[in-house]
Design a protein around this ligand. Structure first.
Ligand SMILES: Nc1ncnc2c1ncn2[C@@H]1O[C@H](COP(=O)(O)OP(=O)(O)O)[C@@H](O)[C@H]1O
Ligand SMILES: O=C(COP(=O)(O)O)[C@H](O)[C@H](O)COP(=O)(O)O
Length: 668
């Protein structure tokens, strides 16, 4: 109602003197270059410094008004109303918030109402295209996203400042990088269709765009450095914001929208006297209020009130009233409004900076991705030979994607090739037979974000490869016989897993693997079991006591192991978790959604919880369960994560829910 009343009652000066006459003239001439025609007729250069998209969006309602002999200014305002509704719809879609809150924070926001309907600014139109581009990005329609970005730029050139943030998001999200080309194609397509024709056809339009006084405002707030040079604060703030975003190694959608919103907010508050630009900050202000506490409402409320006071002081009506007042009371000095305006502008900038600071603190620093970008997530996996370390490590790597994972394996740190006589003296399980110092050094380097030089132990030849480089990554998986052996190693890990497989099953699987894939004779493998027994007990098994999570895979029918593998091997999983893991939701979903049989036992003091899980979940079951238990984690995973079924899938699920918990803990 307020909007309709304002449309009917108030015709802003800018609409009356610039936009409506320009649209009127473009309808009369009906040429592809209304800008040059307008200038030729002696129109002001500041009347319509926008591209084709803005013109085309405003044209239909203007035509309708002309056909109905209604003033074109109504058509202009009605188009803005439509843009306003579309904006609300997109915000609702991508913020997926409760309607009532969205109505309060956006629809009733005096910033939008005042800037659009009372002052006539058309910034809603480019913002609608930008928010639509956001939505397409969320839905991974990247061609459309790129195209809509150029539409926003064509509507208002200043929107170009958003593009570097879109690029950082796609470049810094390793699983999205592969799709960057679609976004670029959208940009090229949009530039070819919407921007290039404007540059080629309309010399008048270009002239109006380049002489737009709004663009000059960016340089207005500056510190005089002497000698005629200035330090311009708006480009400075934008560059710093860009750098801060670039430094975040991995961005998820939430981080991306928060940092872009903050860049907009900073540019807006530091650009003097541009009430229309505040609409750019609206998506950020709305989402901040929806996610934060009551204080956010208070802060945005104050910000809005100061904004309104500033806009009011700048409005021609107030200026005219003050002039009349001065006529009667001559001692009211000119500086009254100027000083009041300065105080209000200062308050506005202060509140804006506080808002940006709070958004950074609450949205960015709390974000799991941000925490991950500061320190990689390091998963340590230990267990005896044949316990399933490589299989489990590969399954975890295939969830996050090779592009996001760095792996090191304890086998690559054996001190000697297979043929060396030292193996007659000690077994591979003896820490002395392995370069654990080098393993620790490499683990610390990768955890610290530094690359390493490593070699690979080739089980088919029994020899070490030439050294090669491994760069650190968001996720590091360190597996090996001694991966949890020393305190320094253990300190590196974000999550420590020990594989405590049933001994008969381990021997069964190891024999099968060593004979079929590593070229060993059955006798040799059987003999190695005997030789290694003591070292297993001495060096490997005790590492279980340091683990956060212990997986024990057990055969449901142990007799199957003796019949030479002729019957299918059915397994059950015992998962023991320490340090206060809450397994209730997991248990409920394993039973209710995956249809498994689960027994949960908890230590009286709550330090350990043990789940015994039987049944054969499919890969789809596991994927669905992960979505339900840790929905926010899906953005960390590869675009096409490889889900496993059975026991291995359960290990993926339980580990992911521990990763989720460990990432949350980083904040505490
Ligand atoms: N969850 C599992 N279910 C079935 N077979 C498995 C499982 N985990 C490991 N295996 C098999 O056991 C053998 C040993 O596993 P591997 O990952 O090589 O152990 P490790 O790296 O600890 O020596 C492999 O042949 C592998 O296919
Ligand atoms: O004890 C292990 C550890 O590897 P895993 O944990 O993968 O079993 C292997 O026997 C040695 O690496 C030697 O390998 P090979 O016998 O091929 O020389």
């Amino acid at each position: 109602m307020i909007r309709i009343a304002l449309i009917v009652r108030v015709i802003p000066t800018s609409t009356l003197t610039w936009y409506a006459p320009f649209l009127e003239s473009s309808l009369t001439g009906m040429s592809l270059d209304p800008w040059s025609d307008w200038l030729y007729q002696g129109g002001a250069a500041s009347a319509f410094p926008y591209g084709y998209v803005m013109w085309l969006v405003l044209l239909p309602a203007s035509m309708l008004c002309k056909a109905m002999s209604v003033p074109l200014s109504y058509g202009y305002s009605v188009t803005l109303l439509v843009a306003d509704v579309v904006m609300l719809v997109f915000l609702r879609k991508y913020l997926s918030s409760r309607d009532r809150l969205l109505l309060i924070t956006y629809w009733l926001s005096p910033i939008v109402i005042a800037a659009t309907y009372a002052l006539g600014f058309n910034d809603l139109i480019p913002m609608v295209f930008l928010v639509a581009a956001f939505y397409c990005l969320r839905k991974m329609r990247l061609l459309w996203c790129g195209f809509l970005c150029t539409a926003a730029i064509s509507a208002k050139l200043s929107m170009v400042i958003a593009i570097p943030f879109f690029l950082i998001y796609l470049l810094h999200n390793q699983n999205l990088k592969q799709f960057l080309q679609f976004y670029l194609k959208g940009l090229v397509l949009g530039s070819g269709l919407l921007l290039l024709p404007f540059v080629l056809v309309s010399s008048g339009g270009l002239y109006m765009l380049l002489n737009n006084p709004e663009i000059g405002k960016i340089y207005q707030l500056a510190l005089d450095l002497g000698g005629g040079s200035k330090l311009c604060l708006v480009p400075l703030a934008y560059c710093l914001m860009f750098y801060a975003t670039w430094r975040v190694k991995r961005l998820n959608f939430e981080l991306f929208s928060a940092t872009l919103g903050m860049a907009f907010l900073l540019v807006v508050i530091l650009t003097p006297v541009s009430p229309g630009w505040f609409i750019w900050a609206m998506p950020l202000l709305v989402s901040y209020q929806l996610q934060s506490d009551r204080f956010a409402f208070v802060l945005v409320g104050l910000f809005t009130m100061v904004y309104l006071s500033c806009s009011l002081l700048l409005s021609p009506q107030v200026i005219a009233t003050m002039d009349i007042l001065r006529h009667w009371i001559p001692f009211v000095p000119q500086s009254v409004e100027k000083n009041t305006l300065s105080i209000l502008q200062t308050m506005l900038v202060a509140l804006g900076i506080i808002l940006a600071f709070r958004v950074w603190r609450e949205t960015v620093i709390r974000n799991d991705f941000f925490r991950l970008s500061r320190r990689p997530f390091v998963l340590g996996i230990a267990g005896d030979s044949g316990a399933g370390k490589d299989t489990f490590s590969d399954a975890m790597r295939d969830l996050f994607g090779r592009h996001s994972v760095a792996t090191i394996s304890g086998d690559d740190y054996h001190l000697w090739d297979r043929q060396k006589p030292m193996w007659q003296v000690m077994t591979h399980l003896n820490p002395m037979a392995n370069d654990l110092d080098a393993f620790t050094h490499d683990l610390v380097s990768l955890t610290d974000g530094k690359g390493i030089q490593s070699r690979h132990y080739d089980h088919s030849t029994g020899k070490m490869s030439r050294p090669f480089g491994i760069r650190s990554n968001d996720f590091i998986i360190a597996s090996g016989l001694h991966a949890l052996y020393s305190p320094i190693m253990r300190q590196c890990y974000s999550l420590k897993v020990y594989l405590d497989i049933d001994e008969d099953l381990r021997r069964f699987l190891k024999i099968r693997r060593d004979v079929q894939h590593r070229g060993h004779s059955l006798e040799k493998v059987l003999a190695s079991f005997k030789r290694r027994e003591a070292d297993s007990a001495k060096f490997i098994w005790p590492q279980a006591s340091h683990a956060d999570l212990i997986f024990s895979v057990q055969p449901i029918h142990p007799s199957v192991l003796e019949d030479g593998g002729h019957h299918p091997l059915r397994l059950k999983l015992l998962a023991r978790s320490r340090h206060g893991y809450n397994a209730v939701l997991l248990t409920r979903i394993l039973i209710g959604v995956c249809g498994l049989h689960v027994d949960m036992a908890e230590e009286a003091d709550g330090t350990e919880v043990a789940l015994t899980i039987e049944g054969e979940p499919t890969a789809d079951d596991i994927q669905m369960a992960v979505k339900m238990i840790c929905p926010s984690l899906s953005e960390f995973l590869d675009f096409y994560p490889k889900w496993e079924g059975g026991v291995l899938g359960l290990m993926q699920l339980i580990t992911l829910s521990h990763v989720n918990q460990a990432l949350k803990k980083r904040f505490i």
